[in-house]
Design a protein around this ligand. Structure first.
Ligand code: PLP
Length: 395
């Protein structure tokens, strides 16, 4: 029998990253600049909090919204770091990673045909999540020449009578772009003018460099009442496997999201929630060490790639660099596949992050400096060999 898969699911492509990494895993002995996850293990004091919770027998369900103590901790953390206060009782929902929060926020908001504007290149899940929620994804292309900034004028140009929401992600995966405060203010004013809800994915907000601080959209005038602030512990605290994210939003939206969450998920795992309390209350020193290691690696990889003539702007956030590879004459996919096969270095084709990623590859520097050094050397050899092949063919 052929199983009648729903059209909306059949039409969605599989993640380009996952497919690529199945190839990487089958090869072994590869230096990976591919995966978007910290190479650090979760700091010990955070792991210990979860172990302690297990020892105390804390193994049951929690409130659907998440442990009250975790919600109170999130409220304080967000107030301290984002300068906006949310009520633990009805404005915060603990989710299974930011991934789940994105999904349930979209499902809670969208009627069939509602449009959501987002900037591209972007995290792989945005367009599929919008489509799965019945919405229509409207991408705005951002460019390396403009430091991948989302311009308010482009947002305004993309708004139609069906636009319901805007999705933002700064610092951005895969470009490492950050948002200048004045442009963010213009976008906020547009959202107020056109009555848009904003899903603001700020999962990399702690990971900024060059002394830059992260302005949260939710803190701008008129924004708290229309913003879903999405954040979690996966990236900054090296806790991808714990699966804890959270959404801060107006009570009626949290209530709607909670209805989906309680039937689909019930609650995030209790021991992970205990670990997240520890991370958000006492994790800053360990997080700061990881952040400064990323900054050092960013400096190395950016100057290494520039020296090879692979241009790109210098990212100031997250742990990705998104160099242009057009001078090699290869497409992003060809570049990534050949680099993997010929030099055993894994990078992700830019097109995994939308069609506007063509001409780029994503290199993650959440990998040890020694590995990064070898990878840059190998990328250099690869580019030289491609150039030599090109000149031989031309001769
Ligand atoms: N949002 C962005 C921009 C990401 O890059 C990722 C993971 O790579 C996620 C969300 C998913 O995060 P989580 O592990 O909290 O589900």
């Amino acid at each position: 029998m052929s199983i009648p898969i729903a059209d909306r699911v059949r039409e969605i492509p599989r993640s380009g990253i996952r497919d690529f990494f199945e190839v990487v895993q089958s090869m072994g002995d590869v230096i990976s600049l591919g995966i978007g996850e910290p190479d650090f293990v979760t700091p010990w004091h955070i792991r210990e909090a979860a172990i302690y919770a297990l020892e105390k027998g804390r193994t049951g369900y929690t409130s659907n919204l998440g442990l009250p103590r975790l919600r109170a901790t999130i409220s304080d953390y967000v107030n301290e770091n984002f300068a906006v206060r949310y009520e633990p009782e009805n404005e915060i929902l603990v989710s299974v990673g930011v991934s789940e929060a994105i999904d349930i926020a979209l499902r809670a908001l969208l009627n069939p045909g509602d449009e959501v504007i987002y900037h591209e290149p972007c995290y792989v899940s945005y367009a599929p999540s919008i489509a799965l929620a019945g919405g229509v994804a409207r991408a705005i292309t951002t460019r390396a020449e403009d430091r991948f900034i989302l311009r308010a004028v482009d947002v305004e140009g993309a708004i139609t009578s069906r636009t319901k929401a805007l999705m933002l992600n700064f610092p951005t995966n895969p470009t490492g772009a950050t948002m200048p405060p004045d442009e963010l203010e213009k976008i906020a004013a547009l959202c107020v003018k056109h009555n848009l809800v904003v899903l603001s994915d700020e999962i990399y907000s702690e990971l900024t460099y060059d002394g830059l601080s992260h302005p949260s959209l939710a803190a701008l005038p008129g924004m708290k009442e229309r913003t879903v602030l999405l954040h979690g512990v996966s990236k900054a605290f090296a806790m991808t496997g714990w699966r804890i994210g959270f959404a801060c939003a107006p009570p009626e939206l949290i209530d709607a999201m909670m209805k989906i969450h309680q039937y689909a998920i019930l609650c995030a795992p209790i021991m992970s929630q205990e670990a997240a309390i520890e991370a958000l209350s006492h994790g800053r020193p360990a997080m700061e060490k990881m952040r400064s290691a990323y900054e050092m690696r960013r400096n190395y990889i950016v100057s290494g790639l520039h020296a090879l003539g692979l241009d790109g702007f210098k990212p100031q956030g997250a742990f990705y660099v998104f160099p242009k590879i057009t001078k090699t004459g290869l497409t992003s996919r060809e570049f990534s596949h050949r680099l993997l096969l010929e030099k055993k270095v894994a990078v992700v084709p830019g097109t995994a992050f939308g069609p506007s990623g063509e001409g780029h590859v994503r290199c993650s520097y959440a990998t040890g400096l020694e590995q990064i050094k070898i990878a840059v050397t190998r990328i250099g050899e690869f580019c030289e060999e491609i150039a030599a092949d090109g000149s031989a063919a031309a001769a």
